[in-house]
Design a binder for this molecule. Structure first.
Ligand code: FES
Ligand SMILES: [Fe+2]
Length: 350
């Protein structure tokens, strides 16, 4: 969750990995996250309110809880604290304007967080406003979608690709045991609107690259850019986009994205505003009218058939095949270490 969604005193409900979680930020400025279930009559704590420096109060009968999941105040009777189970609490860490939550059963490992320094306001790049959307498809299908660079030509025709970009060549790379990358380069094609806008906005043909990498469990890094036909990549411009998928349930997820542009062309403030506005529209179009409907339709077919047995195409599908294989292996290892826990994986999710 983006930190800005949780100002001091705010309470937010989220479902992550099928678990109902209440977040709040105390007057002490710290974000807390515990199970969203009052042990008294099981009212969700998320309809309660933040009280004191660091507590949340149940709206039904007023029990108060701290960030460790302990009941710390009972307004009834003689104020005796009821003996009850401690609610599950989740370690929280804020980094780069994002509240990161540790869902695993081992000690939190902050080294798993991706490097987001390029997206901080003091970055040398032109940083765009971050955003997120809720999507009613499993996160796995969204990872397939983003890792599959070949869909850009037809699904995002005119916006990010076109018929000519079908000719692009893709190469793949496995990085260690938990990461996969795909690289695609397309030469001398009519400029799709997005690339035209981020570069010279002159309608001329371009060389375009789309690179993407997945790092377990759900981090995707995109580097998409363009330059003059035959030109150096360093003379062109590039968008670095970081996408984080948070599984909500088995069939839904939250999609968070942050982007920054390197080597942005110099423009007047007015031009920059106009370009940023149009890029925002194109991003929405790509998500809601292009990727969204096709992945949702694909998911319906998968549900109807009960099992997903795709037919991988040579030259374009290696990344989608490989990330699932690595992810399955990581899950298996995780489940072997924690046989009693019914969780898909110890993951750092946003
Ligand atoms: S349900 Fe929460 S105090 Fe009663
Ligand atoms: Fe797409």
């Amino acid at each position: 969750m983006f930190s800005e969604l949780l100002p001091a005193g705010a309470v937010e409900a989220r479902v992550i990995l099928e678990e109902s979680i209440v977040f709040w930020r105390g007057q002490d400025g710290i974000a807390y996250a515990i199970e969203d279930r009052c042990p008294h009559r099981w009212a969700p704590l998320s309809i309660g309110k933040q009280v004191g420096a660091d507590r949340i109060r149940c709206k039904y009968h007023g029990l108060e809880f701290d960030g460790t999941g302990h009941c710390v105040h009972n307004p009834h009777g003689k104020g005796r604290i009821p003996e009850s189970e401690t609610l599950r609490s989740y370690p929280v860490h804020e980094y780069c304007g994002i509240i990161w939550l540790w869902m695993g059963w081992e000690e939190p490992n902050l080294a798993l967080l991706p490097d987001l320094s390029n997206y901080l306001p003091d970055s040398p790049h032109h940083v765009a406003k971050p955003g997120w959307i809720a999507i009613d498809v499993p996160f796995e299908l969204m990872i397939d979608n983003v890792l599959d660079l070949s869909h850009v030509a037809l699904v995002h025709e005119g916006v990010l690709g076109n018929e000519e970009s079908l000719a692009g060549e893709t190469s793949f790379e496995q990085r260690g045991v938990d990461s996969v990358a795909a690289y695609r380069f397309t030469r001398n094609i009519p400029a799709p609107e997005y690339f035209d806008l981020i570069y010279k906005a002159d309608g001329r043909k371009l060389d375009i690259w789309n690179n993407v990498s997945w790092k377990a469990p759900t981090h995707l890094m995109l580097e998409v850019g363009c330059t003059d036909v035959g030109g150096q990549r360093s003379d062109g411009t590039e968008i670095l986009a970081h996408h984080v998928l948070t599984p909500v349930t088995k069939t839904s997820c939250m999609y968070h994205y942050l982007g920054a542009q390197c080597n942005a062309p110099s423009r007047s403030a007015e031009q920059m505003d106009a370009v940023a506005k149009r890029l925002g529209e194109l991003r929405k179009l790509a998500f809601f009218e292009q990727d969204g409907p096709i992945v949702a339709a694909q998911f319906k077919v998968i549900q109807r058939n009960g099992e997903f047995r795709p037919l991988p195409l040579p030259g374009i599908d290696q990344a989608a095949v490989l990330w699932r294989r690595l992810y399955k292996r990581i899950l298996k290892q995780e489940q072997a270490r924690h046989p009693l826990q019914n969780v898909p994986a110890a993951t750092a999710v946003a």
